[in-house]
Design a binder for this molecule. Structure first.
Ligand SMILES: *Cc1c(COP(=O)(O)O)cnc(C)c1O
Length: 485
């Protein structure tokens, strides 16, 4: 890594040095007789480093090099689908006709933007086998919540107030039970069996007249396809419950099967995962929600529809769960997803799933020779290894993850799902070459050797990153967010 010990910009300043020039002052001066001005004027000047333009440029460039992203290296963070973000998407998102419009504009003047959104809704409906989509929600988690609110509204519209339980597998992503709670419902756990799939007997045991829904991702968080999904749908539907699909793992099945065909009633997708929106660092996301026709009246409003030859936002939706996001959601991410879908085409999207699954299985079969693999069958787009062999040597999964940083790789998702000891959830995605996968395999094998021969090397990692091993508890509880000399 280049020049990691550069002095921080705060220590670099020299009194009187500047890197900016302001235009002539052409607004009224501060008026100290005016109460507003008086209240908002600060008493002393801020202590800012006085630096040249070149110094500040180097400061920010150096900081950017401390960062790690898909454009800098392999990023097998399971469940997050850190695939390549095609740069043509960025061109589309920056087209002046899209980037210079305003959400308060008269819809008649932004018909092209609305048509793009409408086409995206239709494309997502086709990909998932759903009847209609709302793009509004800003993340998968918000999609989950919106979908559950619709399911709740549906049951309440039928006078079915007792249906408050949502069944969630013990391997589920943490947002699933959290969304259930925020939607005012109660999460009930269903167990995973020895094959890593939902235990049907346990499902039959927990389903009852109070079941609002079963919430599931397929393939599940272990990267395994729930082969009994049709039976599960039947069990839940027979009891009057609905099926919610967490679409975060769509990258494994796109073009081959559809949640709509598996019996799901409400789904969300993560445009920033499957559909190449750049993410990491928390956003911007987009978590569109799709529904069967039965749920269409409950979609968030306004609903984008076509009347005659005009695209309109329909606010006249008495059963809608309401607006869930200001304006129309993260429009820039829609454009990226739309561009991706149109450039890939139906055949291209199918290939995505194929290669995602092929890459994951290649990685899994090579790595199971050094790391323990709790579920032996073929995986879909990701798999979960266990670091329990290494733990017996005193090297934890956290240590392995930190050591990977020394080799220049982002680690897999660790300690999730919770039902696998020392879990390493690994998702290579379809966009990585065999050479990149081989490089990662070599690093993982080397780390396994180090765990046997030089465990302290792994236990004390990382050694060549800017920030060394952190005290993560203190960092989370008492973060130091300001610069201190
Ligand atoms: C990422 C993810 C979510 C949450 O999606 P966000 O867009 O991060 O809110 C939910 N479930 C699974 C399985 C995920 O991987």
């Amino acid at each position: 890594m280049a020049n990691t010990d550069f002095p921080l910009i705060f220590e670099r300043g020299k009194a009187g040095r500047t890197g900016y020039s302001f235009p002539e002052f052409d607004v009224p001066e501060m008026d100290l007789d005016n109460e507003f001005d008086r209240n908002y004027i600060r008493s002393d000047a801020p202590e800012l480093p006085e630096v040249s333009e070149l110094d500040i440029m180097r400061h920010y460039t150096a900081l950017s090099r401390r960062n790690y992203g898909v454009d800098s290296g392999f990023y097998p963070l399971g469940s997050c689908t850190m695939k390549y973000n095609p740069k043509i998407n960025e061109d589309a998102a920056r087209l002046a006709g899209f980037s210079h419009i305003h959400p308060h504009q008269d819809p008649k003047t932004v018909q092209g933007a609305m048509e793009m959104m409408y086409d995206l809704q239709s494309g997502l409906s086709e990909i998932t086998g759903m009847y209609d989509f709302s793009l509004q929600s800003a993340a998968g988690a918000q999609g989950e919540w919106s979908g559950l609110m619709m399911i709740r509204a549906f049951h309440e519209a039928n006078g079915d107030y007792k249906r408050t339980k949502v069944i969630v597998p013990d391997s589920a992503h943490g947002t699933n039970p959290a969304s259930v709670t925020v939607a005012g419902l109660d999460a009930v756990t269903v167990k995973t069996n020895e094959q890593g799939l939902v235990d049907l007997e346990d499902l039959k045991r927990v389903v009852d007249q109070e079941t609002a829904a079963l919430m599931l991702t397929n393939p599940n968080t272990l990267g395994l396809f729930e082969t009994e999904i049709m039976k599960m749908a039947e069990i839940v539907h027979k009891a009057g419950g609905k099926l919610y699909y967490d679409g975060a793992n769509l990258n494994a099945i796109m073009g081959y099967t559809r949640p709509g065909d598996m019996g799901f009633d409400v789904v969300h997708l993560n445009l920033h995962k499957t559909f190449t929106g750049p993410h990491g660092g928390g956003g911007p996301g987009s978590g569109p929600v799709g529904v069967t026709s039965e749920f269409a009246p409950f979609l968030p409003k306004p609903v984008l529809t076509k009347k005659d030859s005009l695209f309109v936002f329909d606010y006249d939706r008495p059963d809608s769960i309401g607006r869930i996001k200001p304006y129309y959601g993260n429009f820039g991410i829609y454009l990226r997803a739309y561009t991706y879908i149109r450039t890939m085409g139906a055949e291209g999207l199918k290939k995505v799933s194929e290669y995602a699954v092929l890459n994951a299985n290649y990685l899994m079969r090579r790595l199971e020779q050094e790391y323990s693999l709790p579920y032996q069958q073929h995986c879909k787009h990701e798999f979960v290894l266990s670091g329990k062999k290494q733990k017996q040597l005193g090297v934890r999964t956290l240590d392995i993850a930190k050591r990977l940083l020394d080799y220049g790789y982002h680690p897999p998702t660790i300690y999730f799902p919770l039902n696998v000891e020392e879990a390493m959830m690994t998702e290579p995605t379809e966009t990585e070459s065999k050479e990149t996968l081989d490089g990662f395999i070599d690093a993982m094998i080397q780390i396994s050797d180090e765990a046997k021969n030089k465990p302290e090397l792994v236990q004390e990692a990382p050694h060549n990153t800017v920030v060394k091993r952190m005290d993560e508890t203190t960092a989370a509880r008492k973060p130091i967010l300001r610069y201190h000399k």
